[in-house]
Design a protein around this ligand. Sequence first.
Ligand code: PEP
Ligand code: MG
Length: 323
Amino acid sequence: AQSRLQRLKDTRATTLDGEEVKLLANIELPKDAIAARAVGADGIGLFRTEFLFLSRDGLPDEDEQFEAYRRVLKKMDDAPVTIRTLDVGADKALDSIGKRSTEANPALGMRAIRYSLSEPKVFLTQLRALLRASHYGKLKILLPMLAHAHEMDHALALIAQAKAQLTERKQKFDPRVEVGGMVEVPAAALALGMFVRRLQFLSIGTNDLIQYTLAIDRTDEAVAHLYDPLHPAVLKLIAGTIQTGVRYGLPVSVCGEMAGDTAYTRLLLGMGLRQFSMQSTQMLSVKQEILRADLVDLAPKVQRILKMDEQERVHEAVERLYG
Ligand code: PEP
Ligand code: MG
């Protein structure tokens, strides 16, 4: 079965009715780009840069980060590479800056963009490394865990400052590098206008979006049975984000685990999703599912699912999409 899937590597992910879908890879280290190429990924949809910072003494300096980012761009030729700024805290504690958490609720605490904005020197170093790498391919910057407009404004101001520093040093960068945001806090999905106005693309992080919508710690086994991607509230937030993206012409991807699970491929397609980002190991199975999907049939069924407010009915209806 694996070799039959492998034959799909160079096949475009197009639905039966001719809709094109982009399949992107999630990576944690530069070398993971090799696996992304091997399955024919259309690009990198999520490079979780925190893994460059974890399990080591001290932080990687600007040059080390620049080399890591450039390596991925080179590996991916001209394909887009979306690199997320540091998402430390909560489940990804950063020993080297003493950020192993003593907070009572680390998932609600100083993590991701909140950390970066509180440590502008660390953030500016990463931003300069990203901007320098942007000269070598199609790099996009992705900001994690946004909830407030002022977080975006502050981050965008620091990006402008990093550009000015590079200009001063006469170092090259792509002045039009795109900046996007993760939609992974319910507040962001519910007040999307302020994101759409400030950013160039959106990426839905379903792992955290589910955690924060259902108030379930994604690392706590005791409540894992309550972690349900098909909860009607979760589906409303995901579908609303996709629809708003379509309405404003802003590209939207899903980069949480849902995007790599074939049990949800038809549902997400029916919601209008056209960019899926996942672990490379999942990509060919998801592609196979897309090749079999007929949106003319799926779209009205998914619209009916989005109106359901009983979890059990949603589960049954999503299963029937494959019937
Ligand atoms: C997510 O929250 O869905 C996501 C992609 O980010 P991470 O899993 O790294 O928190
Ligand atoms: Mg997340």
